[in-house]
Design a protein around this ligand. Structure first.
Ligand code: AMP
Ligand code: MG
Length: 405
């Protein structure tokens, strides 16, 4: 599936709306950082050579001339034999090459005693010492987290070029499906999948476009598919298994979407299907709620991340220890719902007792998808397994500061 999910082109957006987006081009610094020599501490700007003999017993007394504070007027040139009162972030006066911290001084009216020697550059943040104008600061495909936003803001970049977000049509199928708030006649259920997948798409950074559920008939599914194909990606839900009313595949064929595969050897989620319409990816997810969520997470989400511009779209599992034995039928890779907790220096995971592919309560509190290899039937307590952290990740009621001195 991955090769069908290429980036969609670029757009320029305000930096204030760019968090979690992926850069579409390399960015070059236009400003030095720091932009001017400034003080890292509160104290006195000095010529280091004038205080290099200072000590507690033999302080050096110098005249204080002027003040430099962050956002204040630019300080004048520092005359020999004088110091300048200075505060953190304030520009260094020219002529000064070091800052003596306030704690190493004592003020006497217009003069100050300096009790510690200094060396050139001490407590000074030199212009360009972090970054020079012209250097590459971020690369195409980098994701903009708050730190990157701060860097771009410090460069005064109000707009930024990022990859477009794919619009993803969500087409659920099933005569039994009702929208949230509808009356539930006997034999009907709420279309929960469309709400789950809408949120999963939003959290990824894609644009969900939920369509009304289509009835289990070829004509409505076909019509809905044509509408769905206006989006960049189509995800159908339900109707892809082997039942007499599983008509999504046939409707796809009629629209000209030919399956590249059908059925995957994972549990839950076996009847997943994938095809393309003139290069546009079309994924058929199984309708069972857990199958839909799990296959979306492990198979579709990496594809969409790549389409969003991510160069590393695959989640990397952590190693966890099974808390309890688990017995299963081998043959398919199983993606089990688990609750991961931290115990000393390892992660333990307990599998949810409900593992049915339709059981929505089995997802409550789940923070790990545990990957059980296809060839294993009996997993013992204490065995190591791979787990993808999910949802809220590893949390607890105690602060990690409780464990460090
Ligand atoms: P299907 O894949 O259409 O055979 O559906 C498998 C099971 O999932 C059936 O019990 C359906 O009622 C249920 N199901 C299908 N689509 C949805 C949906 N959008 N929301 C909740 N349950 C669904
Ligand atoms: Mg169905």
């Amino acid at each position: 599936m991955l090769p069908a999910f290429q980036t969609l082109g670029e757009e320029e957006i305000p930096l204030t709306r760019a968090a979690t987006r992926y850069l579409a081009k390399d960015l070059i610094a236009v400003l030095d950082s720091p932009p001017f020599d400034n003080s890292a501490m509160d104290g006195y700007a000095v010529r280091a050579a004038e205080v290099d003999m200072a000590s507690t017993d033999t302080p050096v007394r110098l005249q204080v001339r002027g003040e430099s504070r962050a956002g204040g007027e630019m300080p004048t040139v520092l005359e020999p034999g004088t110091v300048c009162r200075i505060f953190t972030g304030a520009p260094m006066p020219s002529g000064a090459d070091a800052v003596v911290i306030q704690e190493d001084t004592k003020r006497h009216g217009e003069a100050v005693d300096i009790f510690e020697p200094s060396t050139a550059g001490q407590h000074v943040r030199a212009r360009g010492s972090d970054l020079r104008s012209g250097e590459t600061i971020l690369r195409q495909g980098d994701r903009l987290w708050p730190g990157e936003i701060g860097l771009l803001a410090s460069q005064n970049f109000a707009h930024v070029r990022v990859y477009r977000r794919p619009r993803v049509a969500l087409l659920s199928t099933g005569d039994e499906l009702k929208a949230l708030g509808d009356e539930l006649a006997p034999g009907t259920i709420i279309n929960s999948n469309v709400y789950v997948l809408t949120e999963m798409l939003s959290l990824l950074g894609a644009i969900p476009e939920p369509l009304p559920a289509a009835a289990d008939d070829l004509a409505p599914i076909e019509a809905a598919l044509r509408k769905a194909l206006e989006a960049d990606v189509v995800i159908t839900v339900g109707g892809v298994s082997v039942g007499a009313y599983d008509l999504v595949q046939e409707a796809c064929r009629r629209v000209g979407i030919h399956p590249e595969f059908w059925k995957v050897r994972i549990k839950p989620g076996k009847p997943l299907t994938f095809g393309q319409h003139q290069g546009k990816p079309v994924i058929g997810l199984p309708g069972n709620p857990i199958s839909a969520m799990v296959t979306f997470e492990v198979l579709v989400a990496p594809c969409l991340r790549q389409m969003l511009g991510d160069r590393e779209p695959h989640p990397q599992p952590v190693v966890a220890r099974l808390q309890h034995a688990y017995h299963r039928r081998p043959g398919r890779v199983e993606i089990a719902r688990g609750i991961a907790t931290r115990h000393g220096d390892e992660i333990q995971v307990s599998l949810h007792e409900l593992q049915g592919s339709g059981s929505l309560p089995s997802f409550v509190g789940v923070n790990a998808l545990v990957i059980l290899p296809s060839d294993r039937a009996d997993l013992e307590a204490g065995e190591r397994v791979d787990a993808i952290l999910w949802g809220s990740g590893l949390r607890g009621s105690r602060s990690f500061f409780d464990a460090v001195s």
